[in-house]
Design a binder for this molecule. Structure first.
Ligand SMILES: Nc1nc2c(ncn2[C@@H]2O[C@H](COP(=O)(O)OP(=O)(O)O)[C@@H](O)[C@H]2O)c(=O)[nH]1
Ligand SMILES: [Mg+2]
Length: 323
């Protein structure tokens, strides 16, 4: 380390890809320097439009991300891409669908691509993802696209990061729209039926439309989530998708819900950071201190129940100032 935080920060602001990459690695390794840089970066106003893409594996998310990024590049916009895969401990481009196209994007200085996998907890991944969004935003990216591998809870979590959440589905025989978790229907601001060249697509689209119309009203207010048909491999429907995404941001601004949404995003980010800290501290307390081990023993002996044990732990944490 022979550069100062200030230097690193300045380089990130200029969009220097190596500096961005280095800072993200520091964030993942949870280094104190990263904290300092993030503190500097965070004073800036958020500028980027953060777009989340989620949906079942194989539905074509990565292919769509590549196409969408190309579309934005043609409009001279810069793009950050984050692939979040909790099932993969590897980083790099390994999870990206269309390798050849992705290669082109990788070598484009207006695009920054990063894959993230869990090294620790899912909560840790959420925190790191938010930090990477802040970094790419400060680096001046106009759009930040977050692809989440459709794996359980995380596909729902994506709504917390994004201004606009795109749910990607594909046509399948008969009743599989019904099988889609209610949660994922709930979070979609825009729905994509990809692989729309397939025969069953029109059925999937109309089923989806019916389900969207009957979903309960939420914070989305007056926004009607559109269903966009795409064939990502052929680039069909990409401009419709990008129009939908812009319209949604416009809606958020016009209706005054953007601020509400940002408050909610900020709050959930804060809670995630706090959760991660508490989890660590509790871990240390239980595993490395006499008092913690004593509580565990009493719990095992059933002298106390988990709620009372938690009361004791809470007291200990507060007394020690959490240290
Ligand atoms: N037939 C067809 N295949 C597609 C389409 N879009 C993507 N694919 C293919 O579907 C597979 C999964 O795509 P990928 O983007 O990796 O999906 P992801 O797992 O959701 O990220 C790949 O082989 C793609 O080439 C499409 O519109 N039509
Ligand atoms: Mg993918």
């Amino acid at each position: 380390m022979n550069e100062s935080v200030e230097e690193l920060y300045q380089m990130v602001l200029q969009g220097d890809r190596r500096a961005i990459s280095r800072l993200i690695t520091m964030v993942e390794e949870d280094r104190p320097v990263a904290r300092e840089a993030l503190r500097l970066l965070f004073r800036r106003q958020e500028r980027a439009h953060v777009i989340g893409l989620t949906g079942p594996p194989g539905s074509g998310k990565s292919t769509l991300v590549a196409r969408l990024a190309e579309h934005y590049r043609e409009a001279k916009k810069t793009v950050g891409i984050i692939c979040v895969d909790p099932t993969s401990p590897f980083t790099g481009g390994a999870l990206l669908g269309d390798r050849v196209r992705m290669q082109e994007l990788f070598s484009d200085p207006g695009v920054f691509i990063r894959s993230m996998g869990t090294r620790g907890s899912l909560g840790g991944l959420a925190v790191a993802t938010n930090d990477v969004i802040s970094i790419l935003d400060a680096a001046g990216k106009d759009y930040i696209i977050v692809e989440t591998v459709g794996a359980g809870q995380l596909e729902i979590e994506i709504a917390k990061y994004a201004h606009t959440c795109v749910v990607v589905l594909m046509p399948g025989g008969g009743d599989d729209i019904q099988a889609i978790k209610a949660g994922i229907l709930e979070i979609g601001d825009i729905f994509v039926v990809n692989k729309a060249e397939k025969e069953e697509a029109s059925r999937t689209i109309s089923d989806l439309q019916t389900m969207i119309e009957t979903r309960p009203p939420t914070t989305r207010g007056g926004w009607r989530a559109p269903v966009v048909a795409t064939v990502a491999t052929e680039g069909k429907g990409i401009s419709e998708l990008s129009q939908g995404i812009s319209k949604h941001l416009f809606y958020l601004k016009e209706s005054g819900t953007l601020e509400e949404k940002n408050l909610w995003r900020m709050k959930t980010e804060l809670v995630e950071v706090l959760n991660q800290r508490v989890e660590r501290k509790v871990g240390v307390l239980l595993e490395e201190t006499q008092a913690g081990r004593a509580i565990l023993e009493k719990l095992m002996e059933r002298e106390i129940d988990p709620h009372s044990a938690a009361d004791e732990i809470e007291k200990l944490l507060l007394r020690n100032g959490g240290e």
